[in-house]
Design a protein around this ligand. Structure first.
Ligand code: SF4
Ligand code: SF4
Length: 195
């Protein structure tokens, strides 16, 4: 029986990652439309270079390589539930090293935006929400306040030693700081929200 010829791009089999699978192009398009415009998700060859250089992979339940594969397959539930979305620090190492121009960091950002819009809630979304509210309120973060809102009194007690060390080294102020022009800052935030 005749076998179907494989497609090659620059000597590499174009569909290497999906032998026996089917690319979910609708899902891929959705992610690209959300903000991953430069991302070439279909080109991933599962080499693992992104995962090998990822700075936070020890905190993730799914590596960037796997997350791209799940995105290709349209395994929405697995991608949405992965803590990799929230553990990614957007360091862009994966994107700078990817030999295929896949841009995993952009894919993660795009999937994260979809997840938030679909109402996914966890400790990371709660943390992000509190962070944004506090920055909106003061124009600058006051770390002890963030700690108190996010983790309560117990978190403040747990982090007290670190907080004192940071304060003594001048890395953190024990009092809230003020920004010079809160009005301009607030207008810029509103503009960013609309864009
Ligand atoms: S480095 Fe690029 S091609 Fe390799 S697995 Fe990661 S995303 Fe895919
Ligand atoms: S951008 Fe995110 S996924 Fe990519 S290497 Fe950095 S932490 Fe890992």
């Amino acid at each position: 029986m005749a076998t179907k010829a494989k497609k090659f791009v620059f000597g590499l089999k174009a569909d290497r990652q999906l032998d026996g699978d089917k690319m979910n192009s609708d899902f891929v398009k959705k992610v690209v439309a959300e903000g991953g415009k430069g991302a070439v998700i279909a080109a991933c060859m599962q080499c693992g270079t992104c995962s090998g250089g990822c700075t936070n992979i020890d905190q993730m339940d799914m590596s960037p390589r796997t997350l791209i594969l799940m995105t290709q397959r349209g395994e929405w539930e697995k991608v949405l539930k992965s803590n990799a979305l929230w553990m990614c620090s957007s360091c862009y190492i994966c994107t700078s090293r990817c030999p295929r121009g896949v841009r995993p960091s952009d894919v993660i950002e795009a999937v994260k935006a979809i997840a938030i819009r679909e109402g996914i809630e966890n400790n990371s979304t709660r943390f992000n929400q509190i962070f944004v509210e506090l920055v909106q309120k003061r124009g600058i973060l006051f770390e002890p306040e963030l700690m108190q809102k996010y983790g309560g009194l117990q978190a403040m007690i747990d982090q007290a030693e670190l907080g004192i060390k940071l304060t003594l080294k001048g890395k953190m102020s024990p009092f809230p700081a003020k920004i010079k022009d809160p009005k301009t800052f607030s207008e810029a935030l509103e503009e960013a929200k609309q864009s």
